[in-house]
Write a protein that binds this ligand. Structure first.
Ligand code: RFL
Length: 391
């Protein structure tokens, strides 16, 4: 068995939106990095999850000179629709935020483009890396070991490790117990999410209905992601295609809802998690490795990109200007945004669910949730505050 030892400035563990954004930004900054990904390239490129890149996320790519390669052909969607008991209400995010609005960028499209751009730029991206293990994180000379697809053992010495390997990754797990404070919250409901080759709605669509929450978002020109509130103990056997379409038609108030072949069905736990601090020694946690948030509000992928932007700038200061001060404050900076988005997502979750399904929190809370929703259409200040957080 051959064993190779290398040296690089930064090892990035994980090639999701967090790791790939960081890799591209470090490449632009002229900082050497290697990305180690457990899965194959095709697996990573097909993984369909999020679909909206916020205005600030798009700006990150533009500011680093990646606007053309990452955003070409994507369009911004400045409006959303909330159907309350089947009655449509439109909300113009772009008009309320002076043109700041998110873009429809399916996560797998973003990932494909980030991989292509990084590789074209000479980037070192290694798929099928097994047993990735960080070492010596609390000392001055960390390293990461892994096994390649042919069984070769590798050791990469580095100055810093970026843990971008998602919620179940090895990075956060390698931090000693007691070094992190973790916060968790469970919303007590679940969502069934369905990906279908069905014509998408013109705008992001949220349905509030006594039978439960539902939503439909574009995932490309001919694909939609649907969400259906369901019980936490539900099984896929209980959700045949027929029932899914019947419940979507009911909750979205659209008897003529375009249907199509369902290509994925899975349950999403409505669970939140935050680790504090988002670092340990020379390891920095980025994206889902440090925090997860429910899909309500579409913040998960955007937080990953925002973290990567902060970390790239601060690694550049440390490695090129010898200033480790900004890096030391990485976690504090990122956690402010994380908690702000967690608060917004929970606020929106409560409103969207409790205004519909009375069994969740009772009739009094149902009226409160409806009042909260009405305020968005009655008060310009409330509408602007909401749009600002959605943009
Ligand atoms: P990812 O995407 O999980 O990527 C982590 C990468 O690390 C790899 N990995 C390892 N590599 C090497 N060694 C190991 N030991 C490793 N362990 C793991 C993994 O294979 C993977 O490639 O995390 P990242 O980069 O932080 O990105 C986070 C986003 O993917 C996530 O927040 C969003 O997908 C969440 N999310 C949504 N976010 C939004 O902003 N808007 C949405 O509408 C939205 N919808 C969703 C979502 C997540 C979903 N699921 C299933 C979790 C819808 C769904 C269904």
């Amino acid at each position: 068995m051959r064993s190779m030892r290398e040296n690089v400035e930064v090892v990035i563990i994980g090639a999701g939106p967090a790791g790939l954004t960081l890799a591209n930004l470090l490449q632009r900054a002229g900082i050497g990095c290697v990305v180690l990904e457990r899965q194959s390239r095709s697996y990573v490129e097909q993984r369909q999850r999020a679909g909206v890149l916020e205005h600030d996320g798009a700006r990150v790519f533009e500011e680093w000179g990646l606007g053309e390669s990452v955003l070409a052909g994507t369009s911004s969607d400045g409006r959303l629709e909330i159907r309350l008991d089947g009655r449509p209400r439109f909300f113009d995010v772009a008009a309320l935020t002076d043109g700041r609005a998110g873009r429809v960028v399916p996560q797998q499209v973003l990932v494909q483009r980030l991989i292509a751009t990084f590789v074209e730029g000479g980037g070192d991206l290694r798929f099928d890396a097994a047993e990735v293990t960080p070492h010596g994180l609390d000392g001055p000379a960390p390293a990461v070991t892994y096994t390649d697809a042919d069984g070769g053992r590798h050791e990469i010495a580095c100055a810093y490790v970026a843990g971008c390997d998602g919620f179940h990754g090895v990075s956060r797990a390698s931090i000693p117990e007691g070094a992190l404070t973790t916060y968790t919250y469970d919303h007590g409901v679940a969502w069934l999410t369905v990906l279908a080759d069905a014509l998408p709605p013109r705008h992001a669509l949220f349905g509030i209905h006594p039978a439960g929450f539902a939503a439909q978002f574009a995932r490309g020109p001919r694909a939609s992601r649907f969400y259906l509130e369901c019980g936490t103990a539900d099984s896929l056997d209980e959700w045949g295609d027929e029932r899914i379409w019947e419940q979507l038609r009911l909750r979205l108030g659209d008897p003529g809802l375009p249907t199509g072949p369902i290509t994925e069905k899975l349950f999403v736990e409505m669970r939140c998690f935050v680790a504090d601090p988002m670092s340990y020694g020379r390891l920095f946690l980025v994206g889902d490795a440090a925090h997860i948030i429910t899909p309500m509000g579409g913040k998960g992928m955007n937080l990953a990109i925002a973290d990567a932007n902060v970390l790239a700038r601060r690694l550049r200061a440390a490695l090129r200007e010898g200033d480790e001060g900004p890096l030391a404050a990485y976690s504090e900076t990122c956690l402010k945004r994380v908690w702000d988005h967690q608060e917004f997502s929970r606020w929106m979750h409560e409103m969207m669910h409790e205004a519909g399904n009375v069994t969740l929190a009772g009739p009094f809370r149902r009226q409160l949730a409806r009042a909260r929703l009405e305020r968005l259409f009655a008060s310009d200040a409330a509408a602007r505050a909401f749009a600002d957080l959605m943009a």
